[in-house]
Unconditional design. Structure first.
Lengths: 350, 583
């Protein structure tokens, strides 16, 4: 019995595994995007270029699966069918077949041509956004956190970028240090942030929600902690946010925070951090993020920890424990009460 | 009298040194001994790089794990790739080529035996330099492609760094340099990139000597009648690989010297703001780096094209197409480098060009796969360990080819470049491809090289451990990339759905490690046996099987005359030799 149909069937089912896994993947992508922490699944796209990119994935997955199943089926068939058996005759010494060679050069060429046409048309299609409704953001890659400047709105923030839905966000990518890469998987593919290159990109969110952004180019010790959040909100919520961010720092009301404010203004903190209305100067060229509305943010320092009073206290006391290698020095000489005051003040800056 | 006896003793001592157990290896110019030294040294680095891989996978087994510090992790992942590429895969192919090419083409040795020895010793020195970096806690830590400006420094900051050794002082220094002179950064004030540059360039010289030696040997020293069209396909692929080395390595040499000048002489080749450009590094590096990928896989293609026919009992299907598709791949490999750079902001037209050339290179690769499948089809298949690894190669390399073609789909590449999807791709190609083929070659040629047959049962156990292990380790990485996990992160948060897949991948890595242990046991058992292997244990086709196992120093008592692609098959089938049927 040279051919075992059961074995063959089982093998063929197994070779469909990649496709089945991918289908399962699409199912598990439906996470709650209103939660801050959810999987940045590129197959759960929420913007036009991410849609186009994930559609291409499904296309190439189908093509690849067909090719894989076809080739592996012939290979497995041969393995089962042509296994050496005792007394089997010498196989035919076949050296080749030119027609066959030409055939299996042309067929993959045609398949690949189809893929290439899809590739290039999609690529040109996502170069330029369709909507004329735009805002501009400068995304500045530091080692290791992101600064976001809204030049028209005169807003500066860090670690999170708010955008109105249905609006094209033009992003100027700036680095004065090493190469970073700006990536928001659910909204758009990545573009590198290269010193001396004025790279630009655009993204658009079609639904409200929190979207995880990441630095995708290895940029040194804390590359793992150079994440950011894109918060897509309705245009009216966005306007409210802009107005809130444009305001100078809130005056603290409770005593602890007031003591913290007083301490901050005379502390080494102002050597690196700006608080609008408190510190002097434009803040340009400062090393650390602008803290004017620090209390409104979800994260500290590129997402290394959530922004809670406990985490902030640990961060101020010794940032080198929380995020070794970062530019923030340890302030182990601060007393616990000084730290409590600073934390109360910074968390009051909504 | 006394003077004479001292002189005699001196001469006797010198003679016994070159004939002693160690001295005969140190002073040898025999291609077979040099080949074996390459193979053992490279295999040591395979184990070294493998241990580093297990550390990486253990660190990533759980979210927010802190088995190793971020600084250590960066050194480990950089050195894992650097070792596996430059100290394991490239030299082990040189070792196989050294041992086999002269035997396959019926030559007595390589064309330049002393340069051959020089190449080995330079490789060893380069390996020692790179390994020593760990001793100084300065192992390269910027990834195996050492992107500028992360690897940059200035002569001033290097001097300051030597003066201030504390970690805090270094961090403060880096911060102040970055803040005050943004364009003239000091991002790697340690010696880490210097170790990389020096080590890589020593290895580059070693590779160049080997490559030129192979080219001359193959073009000038074939046995009578062994035309280039009758040459075994492994020799073909070693020739193509050697040409790739000769044309690709200068680009790496130039790139790394410019970096050295930036760091130590104060030039600004890669520093924006002084007329330099960080992208210059990427273009120079990848115009070496992509041919390099084929330098790592073409010899594997050669091995598969030897092993599959023998154990299928048939000649390779479409010899001419298999050989020339290798040459085509070699040429095209110089036109695809910027597909590593789709996200850097190249003009769309340039991206379209590199997408097209990358698509084009998939065609000869597909042709090879079809020919291997057609070789097996209609054969009489003997499932030896060598054949299992060979068949495993075809399946795994097919996956590596398909996910590689997916990466040429530029918009999809914007999403998955620099994620675990790419890590999956290179491991399917280099582990599922090159390493599987390597072990097909090890099981196939071990009797020829040592006179001893490796244990088949242990070989099959290793094969299945690896098939399970490599798919468990590398398939989930596709999904991790799609779920948004960037590569080169020393850790990851727990709430993003990445935990389970990472854990599975770690289990797979340990299966691979277990397979390596099984192989080491197999090796120890085998080398402690008596060398009893026959000349032609596999009923094979090519000239190396016409001489004893292991061959004598001079390889062949009389140089054979060749009339077809399968001279040893012809000897065994005088009724139906190939030279009557070949076209």
């Amino acid at each position: 019995m040279p051919f075992k149909p059961n074995t063959f069937k089982r093998w063929r089912l197994a070779s469909l595994l990649p496709l089945m896994i991918a289908l399962a993947l699409a199912g598990c992508g439906q996470t709650d995007i209103n939660q801050v922490d959810h999987t940045p699944n590129i197959l759960d796209p929420r913007g036009p270029s991410a849609y186009a990119e994930s559609n291409l994935f499904w296309f190439i997955l189908i093509v690849s699966t067909v090719v894989f199943v076809a080739v592996i089926s012939v290979l497995l068939y041969s393995i089962v069918r042509f296994r050496a058996r005792p007394g089997a005759p010498e196989p035919r010494q076949l050296h080749g077949n030119t027609k066959l060679e030409i055939g299996w050069t042309i067929v993959p060429s045609l398949v690949l041509l189809a893929v290439l046409v899809m590739t290039i048309t999609t690529m040109f299609q996502i170069q330029q956004p369709a909507s004329a409704n735009t805002i501009t953001v400068n995304a500045i890659g530091h080692q290791w956190w992101w600064e976001f400047q809204y030049p028209d709105e005169r807003v500066v923030t860090a670690d999170e970028m708010w955008v109105p839905t249905g609006t094209v966000v033009h992003i100027n990518l700036v680095s004065n240090n090493v190469i970073h890469s700006f990536w928001v998987p659910q909204l758009t593919g990545k573009t590198d942030v290269i010193p001396g290159h004025d790279n630009t990109m655009w993204l658009q969110a079609d639904s409200t929600g929190w979207f995880r952004g990441e630095c995708a180019e290895f940029c040194g010790t804390q590359h793992a902690h150079m994440d950011f959040l894109v918060h897509a909100v309705s245009p009216s919520d966005y306007q409210a946010w802009v107005q809130q961010q444009q305001a100078t720092a809130a005056q603290p009301t409770d005593a602890l925070a007031q003591a913290g404010a007083k301490y901050f203004a005379a502390s080494p903190c102002i050597g690196c951090h700006m608080i609008n209305g408190v510190t002097k100067g434009s803040g340009a060229g400062l090393i650390g993020p602008n803290l004017t509305h620090f209390g409104s943010r979800q994260w500290i320092a590129g997402g290394v920890v959530n922004n809670t009073p406990e985490n902030l206290a640990a961060w101020i006391k010794d940032a080198q424990v929380v995020k070794p290698g970062s530019d923030m020095p340890a302030f182990t000489n601060l007393s616990q009460s000084q730290i409590d005051e600073l934390v109360a003040y910074l968390e009051s800056l909504k | 009298m006394a003077v004479g006896s001292v002189a005699t003793r001196g001469r006797a001592a010198r003679r016994s040194w070159t004939q002693s157990a160690i001295g005969s290896w140190v002073t040898t110019t025999d291609h077979k001994k040099i080949g074996i030294m390459y193979i053992y040294t490279a295999f040591f680095f395979f184990l070294f790089g493998g241990v580093l891989a297990l550390i990486i996978r253990t660190q990533l087994a759980a979210a927010n794990n802190n088995l190793v510090s971020p600084e250590a992790y960066d050194q480990i992942f950089t050195m894992h790739a650097t070792i596996m590429i430059f100290l394991f895969m490239m030299p082990i192919w040189t070792g196989f080529g050294n041992y086999l090419v002269p035997l396959m083409i019926g030559a007595r040795d390589m064309a330049f035996p002393r340069i051959n020895a020089l190449g080995y010793w330079l490789f060893l020195i380069g390996g020692i330099v790179l390994s020593l970096s760990f001793v100084f806690n300065s192992a390269p830590n910027a990834g195996w492609f050492s992107y500028a400006p992360l690897t940059e420094a200035t002569p001033t900051c290097l001097v300051q760094n030597v003066a201030s050794q504390s970690v805090q002082a270094q961090a403060a220094l880096a911060a102040s340099t970055a803040a005050q002179a943004p364009a003239q950064g000091c991002f790697s004030p340690g010696a880490n990139p210097d170790f990389w540059i020096v080590g890589i360039n020593i290895l580059g010289i070693a590779s160049l000597t080997g490559a030129i030696n192979f080219i001359v040997t193959i073009l000038r020293m074939r046995a009578p009648g062994l035309t280039i069209n009758r040459m075994p396909l492994f020799s073909w692929m070693m020739m193509v690989t050697s040409f790739l080395l000769v044309f690709a390595l200068p680009s790496l040499t130039v790139a790394s010297f410019l970096l050295l000048f930036d760091r130590h002489l104060g030039t600004h080749f890669y520093q924006a703001g002084f007329g330099g450009d960080p992208l210059l590094w990427q273009h120079l590096f990848w115009s070496f780096g992509h041919p390099e990928v084929y330098i790592l896989i073409l010899p594997a293609f050669g091995i598969i094209s030897e092993v599959l026919p023998v154990f299928s009992g048939k000649p390779i299907f479409g010899y001419t197409f298999v050989a020339w598709s290798g040459v085509t791949i070699g040429f095209l490999s110089f036109t695809v480098w910027a597909h590593h750079m789709f996200a850097v902001g190249l003009p769309p037209l340039a991206q379209a060009f590199f997408a097209s050339s990358t698509t084009l290179i998939a065609i000869p690769t597909a042709v090879k796969i079809f020919n291997w499948v057609a070789t097996v089809y209609g054969g009489r298949i003997r499932f030896t360990a060598a054949m299992l690894f060979g068949l495993g190669f075809v399946g795994m390399f097919l996956i590596g080819g398909l996910n590689g073609a997916a990466l040429a789909v530029v918009p999809f590449d914007y999403q998955v470049t620099d994620t675990y999807f790419v890590v999956s791709h290179i491991h399917y190609v280099l582990f599922g491809g090159s390493v599987m083929a390597l072990f097909a070659g090890i099981f196939y040629w071990f009797p020829k090289m040592s006179g001893r047959m490796l244990n088949e049962g242990l070989g099959q156990i290793q094969f299945w451990l690896w098939m399970v292990g490599l798919n468990a380790a590398f398939f989930p990485m596709h999904i991790l990339g799609i779920l948004g996990m960037p590569r080169r992160q020393f850790t990851y948060p727990p709430n993003l759905g990445w935990d389970g897949l990472n854990f599975l991948s770690t289990i797979g890595a340990y299966f691979i490690g277990l397979g390596v242990l099984v192989f080491l046991v197999n090796w120890i058992i085998t080398i402690s046996k008596k060398p009893t292997a026959p000349s032609d244990p596999w009923d094979a086709f090519t000239l190396e099987w016409a001489t004893t196992s292991p061959p004598p120093v001079h390889n062949f008592d009389t140089i054979p005359v060749v009339r077809s692609r399968r001279p040893v098959y012809d000897l065994k089938h005088p009724d139906n030799p190939d030279w009557k049927n070949e076209h």
